[in-house]
Design a protein around this ligand. Sequence first.
Ligand code: MIC
Ligand code: SF4
Length: 650
Amino acid sequence: MSTRPLARRIIEEHLVGGRLEAGEEIALRIDQTLTQDATGTLADLQFGALGLETVRSELAVSYVDHNMLQTGPEGADDHRFLRSFAARHGMRFSRPGNGICHQVHLERFSEPGKTLLGADSHTTTCGGAGMLAIGAGGLDVALAMAGRPFSLAMPTVVAVTLTGRLRAWVTAKDVILELLRRVGAGGGVGKVFEFRGEGVATLSVPERATIANMGAELGATTSIFPSDERTRHFLEAQGRGAAYRPLAPDPGARYDEELVIALDALEPLIALPHSPDNVVSVRSVAGTPVQQVVIGSCTNSSYRDLQVAAEMLDGRTVHPDVSMCVAPGSRQAYLMAEAAGAIESFIEAGVRILESACGPCIGMGQSPASGAVSLRSFNRNFQGRSGTPDALVHLASVETCVAAAIAGTIRDPRDLGVAYPSVEAVPARYIVDDRALLAADRSLDVVRGPHVAPLPVFGPLADEPEGKILLVAGDDVSTDEILPAGPRTLPLRSNIPRISEFTFCRVDPTFAQRAREAGGGFIVAGANYGQGSSREHAAIAQRYLGIHAVIAASFARIHAANLVNFGVLPLVLADPADGARFSAGHRIRLERAREALAAGEPELSVLDHTSGTRIPVRHGLTPRQREIVLAGGLLNAARAEDASAADQPG
Ligand code: MIC
Ligand code: SF4
């Protein structure tokens, strides 16, 4: 009898290559893809470089949600390029204002049992509707758009058994914060978190989506919920009942690990600055004065979330010391909130209403005051991500955020003395209006604005890459540190030469210049290097500045794949204690790197010219990845593959 977890069942249905052994490279057929404007311009250019006329995945959607401030022509130029590219090449296009990609995709396109590959780390959100939804770099998504399989390490599957039911004021956000408290950022690398147990049926799809969304902060490959009556109800309310398919693990399914969360034992939790896993109980920090509260982001801005916030605020006023904003997750959520009177309650309470987009989550506006405490219903609070370097950003449920907006201090919502909002998480029928989701139109020509730069061309791996160690960094370096987002850099996402100048600018403003002057070099770091965003720009910028390799204790999944895709070696210390032997400024060489990689040797030797020592490192690359690095990147490798296929007779 078969004992497969649900994730494995979907993997088996989509498997086109590899063995189903944990850690082995497997290749999956991808049904749907999504891109957003900050990653989509490059993904589109890369798709264009493959020379195909039309996307080959069942569905490809191009969203505009991140780069929305339009403080100069670049943003609108990108939107125009994306729109015309989507139309020309057979993609749906979600217009600016239609909402955050993950929220809209969940509402309008999620399908239990299908695979979704998205150029954004929170693509995992659709796991709330029983999809196998995975975040990746733009180039991987471009190849999936071209109908090619997606390669990844076969994950292990962790069962998260939910028992009981959440008590009043305790929410799905608290479930994922509890998981982050236990597992830690980076503790989920190489794993799928699969939810099961009687508690699952007590959670609606939008609540499940909040949990699946923030599984990205664990570093997990993805998170998944079964598809059950709650899923059917959600899809029917979206007018998409036909997409429903019941899905569960095999009876008696066997998992690699198990965690149990007793929903009724949870209490409101909060992530303190500056990491999503820095989780404590809200009561333990109650009384801290708060200056800003923001409800929004792909984690917590569904119709349910807006309604809860509005009911709590109804007839009340935001505390005079607090600036509160709401960014509805989608045009649908916005329309629903408007029809239910929530928008009116917000305006009356003194809330500032933003458009349906990522906005403050990615530092695009609403940066807090210097040193301010900001409570956000978001998923990431890396230092400086809000746009204010010394802001103290906390992450919590909508309920906890609004309690702070009313009280002016952090307060457990149970201690607020407000009646518990009676909100139906999923209405009988959502307002369905897809006019902002444009269909393909092959008669349109692609319009490429003046600042959309050509893709840089990279050469193959050198025989023995050599250079200085330009930076020695600690653990948990996020891609927000490697290449920050926000209003100065997001408009430059389609221009690698310009955006590369911002590499590590928050850590060391001289980095880009030093790298250029030195003709490139190396980076040394601790554990979980490259956590957070899927932005491949962080990898391309390192390559563009001549970084040959990053030597770290461990890597985040998507960033490691992105480094490989652009020909930068992610090298892991054979002995973590060796990290201390590397010093900034030392000149090092990867001895016989090309030869060793081509021969499939698992270790490389780093010669430190300055100290005269040799340090062993591992690359952990699969044969496919070795070919990619040797070729100088995935685009080079894919083109070479196409050329040799064209040369084959017949
Ligand atoms: C993020 O939340 O960090 C982003 C911005 O959505 C990124 C994508 C990007 O940098 O464009 C992500 O999560 O992948
Ligand atoms: Fe947008 Fe924030 Fe979600 Fe990233 S995490 S997709 S920036 S809302």
